[in-house]
Design a binder for this molecule. Sequence first.
Ligand code: ATP
Length: 788
Amino acid sequence: MSTCTVRVALRVRPFLDKEEPKSCISFIPNQPHILIDQNRQFTFDHVYSPSVSQEDVYQSAIQPLFDQFITGYNATILAYGQTGSGKTYSMGTSYHQQDPKQNGIVPRFAENLFHFIQTQLNNNDMTYKVRVSFLELYNEDIIDLLNINNTNITIREDVIGNISWSGIHEQEVKESKDLLNCLYQGSIARTTASTDMNSQSSRSHAIFSVTLTQHVLSSKKEITSKFHFVDLAGSERLKKTNAVGDRAREGISINAGLLALGNVISALSDDKLRGQYIPYRNSKLTRLLQDSLGGNSQTLMLACVSPADSNQHETLSTIKYANRAKRITNKVMINQQQNETEALKEQVRQLRQELELSDAFIKEVHLELDELRKRNETLEAALGRAKLEDDELTLVGSSSDENNHRLSVPVPTRTSSSTKRKKKSYHATSTRKRGSAVASDRLELIERQKERIKQESLLLKQLKASKEVDVSKLISLCQSSIKEQKQLIHSIEQIPPAEPKNKRSSLPQPKQPKRIPSEKTSHRQLQVEMDRLILENENISAQVKQMGLIVKRVFSMMNNATISIQQLKPILNKAVIIHNTLIKQKTNETSKRSSLDQTRSAEAIYQDILKLVSLDHVKNHATCAEITQELKQKKIQLMREQKELLKERKEMITEFYNDDASQQDGQQYMDERIDEITIQVDYLSLQIQELTAFSKPSPRPSLADLIQPLKENELRSLLSLVIQQDVIRGVVKSSMYQLAEETLYRYQQGFVQLRRLEKVMNHHILQHLLTSPTRILTNGLVLISGKK
Ligand SMILES: Nc1ncnc2c1ncn2[C@@H]1O[C@H](COP(=O)(O)OP(=O)(O)OP(=O)(O)O)[C@@H](O)[C@H]1O
């Protein structure tokens, strides 16, 4: 594995007819630098002026990536820039150019790739397979542009962190023409619309991917590499495009995605943040591009800008964005799949390595265990001595049991030898009891240790005999062994100080016999060790607490509005699927005219119910209300911040009134920050709107209202369903109600789905249905059927 930084190319398009030819950018001949606004200089890997041809761009920036791609490395080109800045033109992902000179990157790449494969035809040891896919990310929905009906796309991350998209339709292509056909077909399906800034503006992010699999027949090696061509939607400012309605909504979603991408780029390019949490999961765009940013891919950012003075703000913003991306480092490797023998050899090598590690580890454990045994022995000896000494002290310092209890002023007396014996045996018993409890704990731990060592040896023997062995089990055994050893130390060190000390405190203290220095040392050592353990314990607790805080933060992040909406989405999608199935079945039934009316009105009711369930009840769900509340608060907070910033901006401008450069800098920063916050506020407004939209309509039809106008047979359809599901549970047969079985089945299916969702949100509606007048009818019907 090697590392490489993200390369950045800046391309300045020519002026468009509608633009006043006043430029905000100047170039330094033969140097990859640009000057914007006369005084701000930026340097990139490549800088292309408007006169640079498509061919030159390809040769200088893309060809090196292509060369890496055919060697087995993943590659990505990210076209970024404001709307109308030339991203699609440069990538060639949308237009079928009449003039081949105008061909963009993808058509040139296709030519290049199949030319390469052609040149390899003489090599009988190699076979090549090319597959393409085309994804669109529109309003946070992933759309498969080569199979619009495909809704199964998921993003996965494997154990070593590689990202793959599964479920996407991949089309195998045999020649350049096929590849371009897929590109054009997908481009047609891509969402474009006219905005004030571009008559053919891409309103979504699009990723066209080419996968090359090279098969080496002799060694059965397989090398698979992917090339992603990412055409990001325009990074326009909403105000500037005069976008309203759906366009504004798209704009917010686009900007939110780009903002998340910007945050990932910032996190990856900030040296201080390197190795820390990268917010890939904040949007689908960043999740899809995770490998291309900081992952296993050679990446080129193609930053497209307009030279027009009127676009200076956006141009500068794009340049700054690209400037940050320069600092990202990716970790790249050839994606090679070995044949089975090689894979097994590799596995054996890894196992050997693990075995060596385990061996060393077990040796260490044994050494530690020996050490512990020795310490245990020393401590036991010390304990024995302490016990003896305590017994002696007790004998010297206390009177008989009787005297102890009877005398208010205890008189130290010299005890007879029989009392002494009694006393000695009493204390010996109590100390023994205490000691034996601790000792039995310790013995148990030692026994367990022995047992574990046996198990470890067995596993080791198996390992040596090359039998299949669970290395992780071995490691876990060793780990628990260490844990128990710690417990053992703890148990040894936890032996309470001799109890008589406390007893003696209320009695006149006899003269303490001199302690042997070695014991003092051992007690001191014990104390030091205990202090160390306490400190260690405190440290661990602090770490656990910190982890807890992090987990809490992650949970709270996961609980944010976007994710909650996403959690709700599948539920709503299910409702849509049920609805679609109904419509499909309805069209199949057109011949059955007699049942059509009934189907239609029952279906309308069913749809209304779905609406109530999927929208109203979702919106009114407690969690949803909480989220809405949180969002509202967040919005208020952001609006406050927005207000503060505006104030700050005003003050700053006044403060730097005499200093043009500082004034512009401050204004620029503030504008960007305000933009970011505006995007967030817009986004939140939209979410709040979505969440609250359906709780407003008045008067809202209740289920009773819905059921009221039903004809008898329609009511029966609905009732039979309720009866089937909730009351009789299959005892009453559908034929009793003269319902076409198909109709009943259909409704049943629908309600089964609703029933599944009941736990989440649907309780009220079913409750209502069962307690409404239908309940009485239901009971009546049940009575009639005589099957109560
Ligand atoms: N280097 C260039 N040479 C000639 N014409 C260009 C160049 N770059 C862009 N254009 C023209 O500028 C217009 C806008 O370009 P394009 O549609 O590629 O922008 P975009 O960045 O993809 O916009 P959006 O994000 O809205 O899709 C098109 O008419 C295109 O032909």
